[in-house]
Design a protein around this ligand. Structure first.
Ligand SMILES: *[C@@H]1O[C@H](CO)[C@@H](O)[C@H](O)[C@H]1NC(C)=O
Ligand SMILES: *[C@@H]1O[C@H](CO)[C@@H](O)[C@H](O)[C@H]1NC(C)=O
Length: 186
């Protein structure tokens, strides 16, 4: 949909009480190096969001290079994003560790430049409790303990909850530590 329509949708959602808004960057602007135009567009969303938290999805699977991922991360943060998020979950490529590290280093650099902490949210294709622990470790290593809280780190993963419940149940009921429950076949 056109930019003005999306801005209007955001304003209406916020007026209806939304406290969190997800937006997606325009990949064409990144792929053609129009960083200022991207900044201006995200600024408009920032204004439309008002006090609502704004998460900016970079769609990293479609950005081509690490350099583009770093620049898009920086532009999104400079334009006022509260979070940068890897993927919508609908791209062919989801959150991958190498690209996520580039985003986290951009967050760290931005913090060193400005003192402002921006959150990180990997999303798409994260399915197991084991994988969530890898993400937790990466965030701790790259950004430190301050980021290990919900206002700076979240996982976007609708199928992850079922696996966490399964692992918790296994440990609580069977008292067998060090086992990992396989999902039930559907
Ligand atoms: C993305 O940016 C390009 C280049 O300015 C523009 O042609 C296109 O309409 C934009 N896409 C959306 C969905 O706004
Ligand atoms: C990406 O994530 C979505 C949503 O979780 C999933 O349906 C899709 O299969 C994933 N794609 C890849 C390539 O892992």
């Amino acid at each position: 949909t056109p930019l003005e329509t999306r801005l209007q949708e955001v304003r209406m959602a916020v007026a209806d009480g939304a406290a969190e808004i997800d937006i997606v960057i325009n990949r064409t602007l990144a792929l053609t190096g129009q960083w200022e135009a991207m900044y201006d567009e995200i600024r408009q969303f920032r204004e439309a969001c008002g006090d609502a938290h704004m998460k900016t999805i970079l769609a990293i699977g479609e950005l081509g290079t690490f350099t583009n991922v770093y620049k898009a991360s920086m532009v999104a943060m400079m334009a006022g994003s509260d979070f940068i998020k890897t993927s919508t979950g609908k791209e062919a490529v989801n959150a991958t560790y190498p690209v996520a590290i580039v985003m986290m280093r951009a967050i760290r650099d931005y913090f060193l430049y400005t003192g402002y902490k921006v959150g990180f949210k990997p999303a798409g294709g994260i399915r197991t409790a084991q994988e969530s622990l890898v993400w937790l470790n990466l965030v701790k290593e790259e950004l430190g303990n301050d980021w290990l809280c919900p206002h700076l780190f979240r996982l976007g993963a609708s199928s992850l909850l079922a696996d966490i419940e399964r692992q918790v149940r296994t440990h609580a009921c069977c008292k067998v530590l060090c086992t990992y429950s396989a999902p039930h076949p559907h």
